[in-house]
Design a protein around this ligand. Structure first.
Ligand SMILES: *Cc1c(COP(=O)(O)O)cnc(C)c1O
Length: 355
């Protein structure tokens, strides 16, 4: 894992941020209707050359994934639940009438990029490699139909560590003007077309002095679905009696791997967990009465992030004292312990990568 010439910018290494500290390599493969997939090739991360009439650019026949590789307690490296990401990637592709990337090909690409760029993790074992698989329609064709050619890329960027207790709660705006996902739409898959339209709501949240947007269901505008690109959990009660609730997967929510992992980990930690529909009125009333003591968002990028304050059309309300609660803190630590190999992994979520 040693490099003779260190190409990594030291400023980036000290504070990688989230999303632009791209590493040096990527894996590329091409698919055509006649020949299927080419053998994936590891090469340097370089600019792409594409036809301006490429279907992916015009009609958003594009899907992606997000997963991480973590430095383990023993210094080795493991990816977290890559098989599950491969399966979700395949479901996303099928929803957009795209060919699936076989799980074995997905896993090999994860391993190759991590192996090639493992030295990015040398400086700080808290840092992670965020892997970004991408599949897009690469045929030049402007008739509205599914592409006959596709490109698969696996790239990575260095993501900052998330230290101990230093996680600031976020404030959120309940979006009343926009919806993220509609029944029968694509809210339950990771297609690029879901994200561009969410940015205006995100800007509104910022203009209202909030950091993130909370999405309600499209039909009744009552049921809480997600926060930005993360799933939500609510804690009722406290201490040993705390119960966790997360919005059920109605088809308009993205089934997060972190959400799924936390449901398992919370049950293992002895908490009662349930998947239910919960309205924004219940959220407010139960925060005011003290029945809901904590709320947090979860996703691969930011792991577990507490929500401290909510802004809605008729005013603000606080969640608990507006700081990170005990249950949130405990689950966050438990998840990071599994991801970094500091505790047992009974579900076999870690995929070791030999360097
Ligand atoms: C990716 C994503 C999540 C979180 O999924 P993870 O697998 O936990 O990273 C949640 N909501 C949306 C809309 C997403 O795109």
């Amino acid at each position: 894992m040693t490099t003779l010439v260190d190409t990594r910018p030291s400023k980036v290494m000290a504070n990688p941020g989230h999303g632009d500290a791209f590493t040096d390599h990527m894996v590329t493969a091409h698919w055509t209707r006649a020949d299927g997939w080419t053998v994936p090739q590891l090469g340097p991360l370089v600019n792409l050359s594409m036809h301006p009439g490429m279907i992916g650019l015009h009609y958003a026949q594009v899907v992606f994934e997000g997963l991480k590789a973590f430095v383990q307690a023993d210094g080795s490296i493991a990816a977290f639940r890559p098989r599950d990401n491969a399966a979700r990637f395949a479901r996303s592709a099928a929803r957009l009438a795209m060919p699936e990337v076989p799980a074995s090909m997905f896993l090999s690409a994860v391993e190759e990029v991590v192996r090639a760029d493992a030295d990015w993790l040398l400086d700080n074992p808290q840092h992670t490699l965020y892997l970004r698989p991408l599949l897009y329609a690469s045929e030049a064709q402007l008739m509205l139909r599914a592409s006959n050619e596709y490109t698969f890329l696996m790239m990575a960027f260095l993501a900052g560590g998330f230290f101990g207790d230093q996680v600031d709660p976020v404030s959120v705006l309940v979006s009343r003007d926009f919806t993220r996902a509609v029944p029968g739409g694509t809210g339950n898959v990771k297609c690029a077309a879901n994200y561009g339209p969410s940015l205006l709501a995100q800007r509104q949240a910022q203009e209202a002095g909030c950091q993130q947007v909370v999405w309600l269901d499209a039909a009744e505008h009552r049921f809480i679905e997600e926060m930005g690109g993360m799933n939500l959990f609510f804690v009722r009660g406290s201490g040993a009696d705390a119960r966790l609730v997360t919005p059920e997967l109605t088809g308009t929510l993205l089934p997060g791997m972190t959400r799924n992992s936390l449901l398992t980990i919370a049950a293992r930690e002895g908490y009662a967990v349930s998947e239910e529909r919960i309205t924004v009125d219940e959220w407010r009333d139960q925060c005011l009465s003290g029945a809901i003591t904590e709320t947090f968002a979860c996703g691969t990028a930011a792991v577990v992030t507490p929500v401290g304050r909510v802004r809605d059309r008729d005013g603000d309300f606080m969640i608990g004292t507006g700081t990170m609660g005990a249950v949130t803190r405990r689950l966050r630590a438990a998840l990071l312990d599994v991801q970094h190999g500091r505790t047992a992994d009974p579900a076999g979520w870690l995929h070791p990568i030999t360097i």
